[in-house]
Design a protein around this ligand. Sequence first.
Ligand code: NDP
Length: 463
Amino acid sequence: MDTSVATPGTGSSFMQDHLDALSIRDPHQPEFLQAVQEVIVSLEPVIERYPHYGRQRVLERLLEPERVIQFRVPWQADDGSVHVNRGFRVGFNSAIGPYKGGLRFHPSVNLSILKFLAFEQVFKNSLTGQPIGGGKGGSDFDPRGRSHSEVMRFCQSFMTELFRHVGHNTDVPAGDIGVGGREIGYLFGQYKRITNTFTGVLTGRAPGWGGSLLRPEATGYGAVYFAAEMAGTQGQTLEGKRCLVSGSGNVAQYACRKLIELGGIPITLSDSSGWIHDPDGITEEKLQFVMELKNERRGRIAEYVERFTSATWAPVESEAEHHPLWCVPAEAAFPSATQNEINALDAAHLVEGGVRLVSEGANMPTTPDAQDTLVDAGVLLGPGKAANAGGVAVSALEMAQASQRLRWTTEEVDRHLKRIMHDIHAVCLDAAESYSFGSDYRHGANIAGFRKVANAMIDQGLV
Ligand code: NDP
């Protein structure tokens, strides 16, 4: 069946046509379809204003990844048993720079999830103002409960295929869920060994061997800077605000740290087994405990309440209708675990509990109807592709430092990060307002991210 899209006209059927064609072509990719739908609803007025985008079929081209690589990753466990996982790398769009985006190691990883993440990454990277295209990759390998040796052997096997497809001028992966400093180290070591080169092929490296200072902090810090910008439009700050944070990994940890620094009061954290509520607030000392627990001992967040008795822990049921974390009364929320972690019921609970601001540390953590519930209630919603862009922005700064063989100080990187988050916020608001979307950051992020990529695609011809 020919599922390519006919040369479109304009009007809402035009948008529906794209979604229908995509649903026929990729019927088993719900996360990808969701990510596309969230973007496409913003673009109708843009295509109307600039008809050459329609004539050049920019949207159709943008919806198709430039390339998708899938490969086998065999590896051996400590007990001698042999395992086989799937590896992927999606190069979605390279109109404004080499593919850039993280690697995710999690049992849920499949092509739909990676295409959604890579598609979002195209817009996010465009918003940073840095010369980076969009990509994403990973594996259904689960590093939890695996020894360091097992993780190393897996990473080496993964890179033994991936190395052909990446490179500092082609595709520059970084970390994501399940891929932190340890995994980046093993991946880089194998790349270096196979290629006999020491280049900036991966970001998120340790500062001692080419990494940028502040890269681990950047996503969480950036999400809080973005929240502060949103609060500033209403003459407010984050000081004294109780904040709900989900997850307890990289993004959640550094969102907490920046909140504490700015006078906010983080009161929750979670992992896939359960969540904690600390009504006294998570202080820097308590956060240090969490970092040691999660990053060194690779333990579960439930241990928090054994150490800090003011807090409570509760398990989460994977099939539950809602997540009780979002019922806790607070003024701001930072979803920082995974996609679709806030549904419409959760959103209603957030509104009831007094939340007026949501800054998405995770990618696509809020379902479309939950987003509508929040925005309709007047909650300021910073979409992930804008609010969590700080991580990839500092990755781009790491690439710049690596190519010049320079290292900037923490203060310099932080200054850049703050400015970039300020600029992303301003660009989103400006784009939303100029297309009559008021202060809806979702539309602003989609439109501003799209225009730069679309213009570059037109400049470069049919490639
Ligand atoms: P980490 O692996 O460091 O931490 C992820 C956290 O989320 C863990 O607490 C994990 O719990 C929890 N989690 C993961 N999957 C699920 C799930 N299916 N259900 C419930 N909890 C889950 O990842 P990051 O902090 O790096 O990433 C978090 C989010 O931020 C992701 O959406 C990622 O795409 C996004 N992001 C990350 C960036 C970065 O620089 N790292 C940049 C931009 C966005 P458990 O330990 O039980 O698995």
